[in-house]
Design a protein around this ligand. Structure first.
Ligand SMILES: Cc1cc2nc3c(=O)[nH]c(=O)nc-3n(C[C@H](O)[C@H](O)[C@H](O)COP(=O)(O)OP(=O)(O)OC[C@H]3O[C@@H](n4cnc5c(N)ncnc54)[C@H](O)[C@@H]3O)c2cc1C
Length: 398
């Protein structure tokens, strides 16, 4: 005899930022929904990440009552971007936070539980979308499932097959913040396969999140993936003193977003890394995770209220394409262009000449910005005027 299925309105697989946000989005719409949040790990848990929380993340979380989750962390106001001797350094229009994921993710899970979600440690083995419900791990019946199971999502592979998608590999650790790195986000592009860069993000508590990542070879590319040793060597070359003093190294893949975004019909909704949404220029994914998570939660609640859970996939596809579709095309274009180091340097020069170009690049890299005519013109000028290479940055101090 088969065991009776345990029934839930919404089951969220994965309790990272995408999954917690999905639970928050659904429960903000309908506090009476029965929401089960599953993760294979106990919280708090670590996650390999640069820990950079863009202001857009907090804007989105504010819509579900969680915009204050990092209020007690010191924000950063300045950004340095450089490749070789081409540099720009200046104030960002909006502050960013750098909060260890061990803290950030656990706080979001707490908020989701406080809103009514039930958290359970459980590794999901299978998800099957049937005519009446979605069966999770063979024993749980859900009317809608949100797949928030991260970069190696088995649910995504089950739904969409193994799609060719560019991936990057990055490693992060924590190093003491030196005066040179204090109070800013530092990004230094490297010489290897582009985009490749090292970063140092000051957490504001004496430690900086430091790391290095690069694009992985494509399927038909015979070059080997970079080793841990190579990643750390590159970090030390680009930001001396970080790899040699850092600890807590953790690497992970980043599924970089493409020109078009895919979500099948049905009652299983893809969000965050599981939806293949990481900014291909910068490796930022928390904003997409939170924004698509909240959108999926709302969609699930609305379709359940309408008695049409099976319509949720089509609606999620439409909503996410409306929210991010144009931006994804622009970041895809920018990331293709920036595979040329000459274009990266032209972008940095454009940003050092024009405050608007600087702000537009930040929006494109951290949030949902687009390439506009002024940035494109600045890039072209930067390409033509390569003689500016050694000119000092022109950004004003605040
Ligand atoms: C080195 C590095 C640096 C980065 N830096 C930044 C940055 O500074 N800023 C930024 O915005 N983004 C950054 N990113 C990207 C960011 O980390 C991800 O985009 C983000 O974590 C996506 O959130 P998520 O909730 O979709 O997935 P995750 O945070 O990966 O959460 C997925 C969850 O699913 C759970 N899970 C997986 N499989 C199962 C299963 N079978 N059953 C149950 N649970 C399961 C996991 O335990 C995990 O908790 C970086 C990534 C890397 C690798």
């Amino acid at each position: 005899m088969t065991a009776p299925l345990e029934e839930w309105d919404l089951v969220v697989v994965g309790a990272g930022p995408a999954g917690s946000s999905a639970a928050l989005g659904a429960l903000a719409r309908d506090p009476d929904l029965r929401v089960l949040l599953l993760d294979r790990s106990d919280f708090p848990r670590d996650k390999s990440c640069g820990d950079g929380i863009a202001p857009h993340v907090l804007d989105a979380l504010a819509e579900v009552g969680a915009g204050d989750v990092v209020d007690d962390w010191t924000p950063l106001h300045r950004l340095e971007l450089s490749r070789g001797t081409t540099t720009v350094e200046g104030p960002m229009r909006r502050e960013v936070h750098v909060v260890p994921r061990e803290v950030f993710d656990a706080r979001l899970v707490e908020r989701a539980v406080a809103a009514g979600a039930v958290l359970r440690r459980h590794r999901v083995g299978s998800v099957a979308d049937g005519p009446d419900h979605v069966t999770v791990s063979g024993t749980i019946a859900a009317r809608v499932v949100v797949a928030a199971d991260g970069a190696h999502s088995a649910i995504r592979t089950g739904l969409l097959g193994r799609r060719r998608q560019p991936r990057a590999l990055a490693i992060r650790g924590y190093a003491p913040t030196t005066p040179e790195l204090a109070g800013r986000q530092v990004i230094r592009y490297g010489e290897r396969r582009q985009p490749s860069y090292a970063w140092a993000f000051d957490r504001g508590d004496g430690l900086a999140n430091v790391g290095y990542g690069e694009l992985l070879p494509g399927e038909n590319d015979r070059r080997e993936a970079p080793s841990r040793r190579l990643l750390l060597e590159q970090l030390e070359i680009l930001i001396p003193g970080t790899a040699s003093t850092g600890s807590g190294w953790l690497g992970h893949h980043l599924p970089l977003s493409g020109w078009r975004w895919h979500q099948p019909d049905g009652a299983v909704l893809l969000v965050g890394d599981a939806a293949g949404l990481v900014n291909p220029m910068t490796g930022e994914g928390i904003y997409y995770a939170v924004a698509t998570g909240i959108a999926a939660g709302r969609t699930a609640a609305d379709c359940l209220a309408a008695g049409r859970p099976e319509a949720s996939g089509a609606r999620h596809r439409r909503d996410v394409r409306r929210m991010l579709g144009t931006h994804l095309k622009h970041t895809w274009t920018a990331s293709r262009l920036s595979r040329s180091p000459v274009v990266v340097e032209a972008g940095i020069r454009a940003a050092s000449r024009d405050r608007h170009a600087f702000d537009t690049l930040v929006e494109l890299g951290l949030g949902d910005g687009r390439i506009d005519a002024r940035l494109a013109t600045g890039l072209l000028r930067g390409l033509v005027r390569r003689s500016d290479v050694h000119r000092p940055p022109m950004m004003e101090t605040p």
